[in-house]
Ligand binder design. Structure first.
Ligand code: ADP
Ligand code: MG
Length: 546
């Protein structure tokens, strides 16, 4: 056969069901897509106006309206943006996967610098068919002397197009909701979905309910937009007050406990990223920490807790991250392998470490006040992320039996003349009270490590720091507690040791048990049980793994 070349063709009959059913996992995505298109339509118009390509009425307010009519089973997404000519519909709507957003950016790329255009793949519009059995577009372009257009498609592979009746510039997308989308005909559900995806979108969004439900609603509709057009994280940190941060936290996370502190991320280079991360206050010491990081793309909600973008340990915080450079629709496996995504994650982790170090250095007192709340989180971070450990290492505190907070270096320096590179610790200050007394009597210090995360945390520290070791207060009878005896009393001691050892071996039926006697300095305890650090950790581990 001769060599041939040609274009691959796609059968819309086959591809259309794929787009409808499998492109998006969640049905509610159509809300996000259609509101983003409306928002893009307004952004484009505004850009054209700044480029003097169109003259706008300075009085005009831009907004997006979502109208629900339960009786008619319709939802309309209406905007007063750029609109479309029949040529544009043919190009951008009839050609599936041809993105008008990309096309616009390419056309004007030299003239418009920072883009806020959301669209990208040219597939969003068709998500309407996940819930609608028929879709109408009523649109009129901003271009003078163009006719309005009415476009209709019933979800098959054909469409109809005719001259429409829309009088004003802009677009109405009407969805005739089918069985699959029934739940969205409920005002509450629709409102929740709008809140979820659109609460930070840059133009005012109004939900109006028409028909039966509207009459029962005594409040005047359209009184208030349902979104905040400039969410706090978009502002410069210098413009935000503590009150602003607290209010934003409450409104976004419905958490009425004040956050401990926060980090405002604001970066333009080498990638664009804005956001606020909050350190929540724990309720009680039994609180399980459950964070929530909401990810946005140009003020459009993408998803919660995407651990590919946010370092896993930061998912314990609460916060919002907006990164316009992240594609809206990508699979998780793509994100996992993406170098750019990793860079974001590294940046965020570094910023958190910087903040902690800053607080430690300049506001140590309040930092110590936060420590009980934030320490499990920081320890978890150091276990999960080596770089994070290196970054915050010097700001890690230990609470001592004297109720003070010290760093590892401070503890070791203070203990230097008594024991080197060894940290004594308490895992339960009530059960181990007598050992604490003993330590205090000998002017020795120990630290409290009572949280479940402390066991892996100290193992990690030991593995990272040469010579450093941790010993529980009951694990070692130390040289500084022992009193030296003479030859006579030593012989006596050995005899008693043997007797006791036989006794314990018999009673506990353990032939390997060793019993040692020690004479102790200024101590009023008659006896105490000790267990070597090594065997105890072994036991703990065995218990942990059942
Ligand atoms: P994308 O937004 O990724 O470009 P969509 O499938 O969501 O892809 O939309 C395709 C195109 O249709 C848009 O890029 C835009 O040119 C046009 N379009 C869709 N909705 C509107 C609207 N409300 N107003 C103006 N143009 C629109
Ligand atoms: Mg779109």
């Amino acid at each position: 056969m001769n060599q041939q070349k040609g274009n691959l063709s796609i059968h819309s009959e086959n591809i259309f069901p794929i787009i409808k059913k499998w492109l998006y996992s969640d049905h509610d995505i159509f809300v996000r897509e259609l509101v983003s298109n409306a928002s893009d339509a307004i952004t484009k118009l505004k850009k054209l106006s700044t480029m003097k390509e169109v003259a706008l009425d300075s009085e005009e307010s831009f907004k997006i309206e979502v109208r629900l009519n339960e009786a008619d089973k319709t939802i309309v997404f209406s905007d007063n943006g750029i609109g479309m000519t029949d040529e544009e519909i043919k190009k951008y709507i009839n050609q599936i996967a041809f993105s008008g957003a990309e096309d616009f950016l390419n056309t004007y790329k030299d003239k418009s610098d920072k883009d806020q255009i959301i669209g990208h793949f040219g597939l969003g519009f068709y998500s309407a068919f996940m819930v609608a059995e028929k879709v109408e577009i009523h649109t009129k372009s901003y271009l003078p002397n163009t006719d309005p257009v009415l476009w209709t498609c019933d979800g098959g592979t054909t469409f109809e197009m005719e001259t429409g009746s829309r009088e004003h510039r802009g677009t109405d997308i009407t969805l005739f909701i089918g069985d699959e989308g029934k739940s969205f005909l409920n005002a509450y559900t629709l409102r929740q979905t709008l809140d979820k995806y659109c609460s930070f979108m840059p133009y005012e969004i109004y939900l109006t309910v028409e028909g039966e439900e509207a009459k029962e609603d005594a409040e005047p509709q359209e009184a208030k937009p349902l979104n905040t057009t400039t969410p706090l994280y978009m502002k410069m940190p210098s413009e935000c007050t503590d009150e602003d941060y607290k209010d934003f936290y409450q409104a976004t996370f419905k958490d009425f406990k004040e956050p401990l502190f926060w980090i405002h991320l604001n970066m333009d280079y080498p990638f664009n990223l804005k956001g606020i991360l909050y350190f929540p206050k724990l309720n009680t010491e039994f609180d399980t920490i459950e964070g929530q990081i909401k990810l946005y793309n140009s003020q459009v909600f993408v998803a919660d807790n995407i651990k590919e973008v946010i370092p896993e340990f930061l998912l314990l915080l609460k916060g919002v991250i907006d990164c316009p450079d992240l594609p809206l629709n990508v699979s998780r496996s793509f994100l996992q392998n993406d170098g750019f995504v990793r860079k974001i994650s590294t940046y965020i982790s570094k910023k958190v470490a910087d903040k902690l170090n800053g607080l430690f250095k300049t506001e140590r007192e309040s930092y110590e006040g936060f420590w009980e709340d934030i320490n499990p989180f920081i320890k978890f971070g150091t276990l999960k992320d080596e770089k994070f450990f290196e970054n915050v290492e010097k700001s890690i505190l230990f609470k001592t039996i004297q109720d003070q907070y010290v760093t590892l270096d401070e503890y070791l320096a203070e203990a230097l003349d008594k024991h080197e590179n060894k940290v004594f610790y308490v895992t339960d200050h009530i059960q181990q009270a007598q050992y604490i007394n003993l330590f205090e009597a000998h002017d020795l210090n120990a630290v409290l490590l009572e949280h479940t995360i402390d066991a892996p945390f100290i193992s990690m520290l030991e593995s990272k720091k040469e010579n450093l070791s941790f010993a529980r207060v009951d694990s070692d009878l130390n040289e500084f507690f022992k009193e030296a005896g003479d030859a006579e009393s030593d012989a006596e001691k050995t005899k008693n040791e043997e007797k006791l050892q036989t006794l314990f071996r018999d009673v506990l039926e353990n032939e390997k048990l060793e019993v040692k006697l020690e004479r102790m300095k200024n101590n009023d305890l008659s006896s105490m049980i000790i267990l070597s650090e090594e065997s105890r950790r072994m036991q703990d581990m065995m218990r942990m793994y059942g």
